[in-house]
Write a protein that binds this ligand. Structure first.
Ligand SMILES: Cc1ncc(COP(=O)(O)O)c(C=O)c1O
Length: 461
């Protein structure tokens, strides 16, 4: 089968357009991202022509340990070779208990009860259900601009209408407050009918850092009004921000911590909802309710093995420390570029979670183009940098959505020289975009013009 897949590599995009998501295939073609990647190792993907691409996206944190980490692969091979028992729902494997033990040893306070699932969204859903059941309260509060996944439960929390259009009605009882606004949070909590406040410690969409003191004060408010304080660390957890968990930056002791992405080791779907034994018991801890919240693949052996192997790699390679150190190299380099290039408006960073916010250029023609791009599509402008980084320098980054932010989530295993390669590539692209003879503007302007024409055609029909 693997040989078949390699032999049919040339048909990859055609197959995807026919049977998977046609519109994503179209978007990849427009952006020039329609490469046929055939292998991946560490910080790099390789295309069919053998060209290497430095991956500063890692599938939004999926490959946080770098691609195909041999330490995780070895453990997966061993788990397969051992013919372990799996999928018997009325059964527990030692692997699941060991992974739960590892997670709770890395977390503060009494967080020692774990529910395993396959995706981050499922981990969020679990916290929503457990918080409601444990408190007997109906309402759930999240933040504007937050992201928690796209199944119906988490989507009801997401702070961005763009993801929700056409999918309503969503869950009743879900309300939002601005990230960083304690007054609005307290106003919601005061009625004492809120089961949980669910928040990312650093918002992943645009890499928005919390204001000083916000998260500790939010935790205290939750305690005061009997609301569960839920930290969604699906993206920030497991070393990404320079600590095992972002909560360590502020000494937080939440009621729930949600983990996903990096726990996969870049191989297996796995996510975890970690809470206290007391909350777990209150939610589903009676003999009658022991089976009301389940997930067929939740504790499967390969996911548990991948999770354990990933945590051991993060520990033995000291990846949180490395993320802090290499993150500082990138931050300093980006600050230096910001001094030289007006289009870099702001750098926001914590470890290897970095957002580069772009601003409008001052030159007249560039500013007109900037306006045209925003008219065509919010979120198009960063492609001015993202496209040539990929096309000319083999560096994969991403535009963060309907905004002017480029988001960087490189592997936690990134080396200092790879960080410098990225900075040199970005320097060259920015120099081109700020220069009078840039061809990059024309490419994105053409995308904008085509988008506006398409829109005009569809509204005139
Ligand atoms: C903070 C956060 N929570 C939840 C999710 C959902 O995770 P998944 O895509 O595995 O369902 C994501 C995914 O990007 C996320 O960033």
């Amino acid at each position: 089968m693997v040989a078949d897949a390699l032999a049919r590599g040339g048909e990859t995009l055609e197959l995807a357009a026919r049977h998977l998501d046609h519109s994503l295939v179209d978007v990849l073609a427009i952006l020039g991202f329609d490469r046929q990647y055939v292998s991946a190792r560490g910080s790099y993907l390789y295309d069919a022509d053998g060209r290497a691409y430095l991956d500063f996206h890692t599938g939004e944190g999926f490959a946080s340990l770098g691609h195909n980490h041999p330490g995780v692969r070895e453990v997966l091979h061993a788990a397969l070779a051992a013919d372990l028992v799996d999928g018997v729902q009325l059964h527990y494997s030692a692997l699941a208990g060991m992974l739960a033990e590892e997670l709770s040893q890395r977390l503060p306070g009494e967080l020692d009860a774990v529910f395993f699932a396959s995706t981050g969204a499922e981990a969020v859903d679990t916290a929503m259900k457990f918080a409601r059941a444990a408190t007997g309260r109906p309402r759930l509060i999240s933040c504007d601009s937050s992201f928690h996944g796209v199944t119906l439960g988490p989507l009801s929390l997401v702070g961005d209408e763009f993801f929700k259009e056409g999918f309503g009605p969503l869950l009743p009882g879900c309300e939002r407050v601005p990230f960083g606004d304690l007054g609005r949070l307290e106003a919601e909590l005061r009625a004492k009918d809120v089961a949980a406040f669910i928040v990312e410690p650093i918002q992943g969409r645009m890499v928005t850092l919390p204001p000083a003191g916000y998260l500790r004060a939010a935790q205290a408010l939750c305690r005061r009004y009997g609301t569960m304080f839920v930290l969604d660390e699906v993206q920030t957890g497991l070393g990404r921000t320079g600590r095992w968990f972002a909560l360590e930056h502020w000494g937080l002791e939440p009621d729930f911590v949600l983990v996903g992405k990096a726990l996969s080791g870049g191989y297996m779907p796995v996510a975890a909802t970690v809470t206290t034994r007391e909350i777990y018991q209150r939610a589903v801890g009676t003999l009658e309710r022991c089976y009301v919240h389940q997930s067929t693949f939740g504790r499967n052996r390969l996911s548990m093995a991948a999770g354990l192997a990933s945590m051991r790699v993060i520990d033995s390679e000291r990846l949180p420390e490395r993320a802090a150190r290499i993150g500082a190299v990138l931050r300093d380099g980006l600050a230096e570029l910001q001094r030289r290039y007006e289009m870099i408006k702001e750098i926001r960073a914590s470890g290897l979670m970095i957002g580069i916010e772009l601003g409008a250029p001052s030159a007249r023609v560039a500013r007109l183009n900037w306006r045209l791009m925003h008219l065509a599509s919010e979120g198009l402008f960063p492609q001015l940098i993202v496209i040539p980084l990929h096309r000319d320098h083999g560096v994969i980054t991403m535009a963060a959505g309907k905004n002017d932010v480029i988001k960087l989530l490189p592997p936690l295993t990134l080396s200092e020289s790879e960080a410098h390669s990225f900075l040199a590539a970005l320097d060259a692209v920015l120099a081109d975009c700020h220069g009078p003879a840039s061809r990059n503007w024309a490419i994105v302007r053409d995308i904008a013009t085509a988008t506006l024409r398409r829109r005009a055609r569809s509204t005139s029909r």
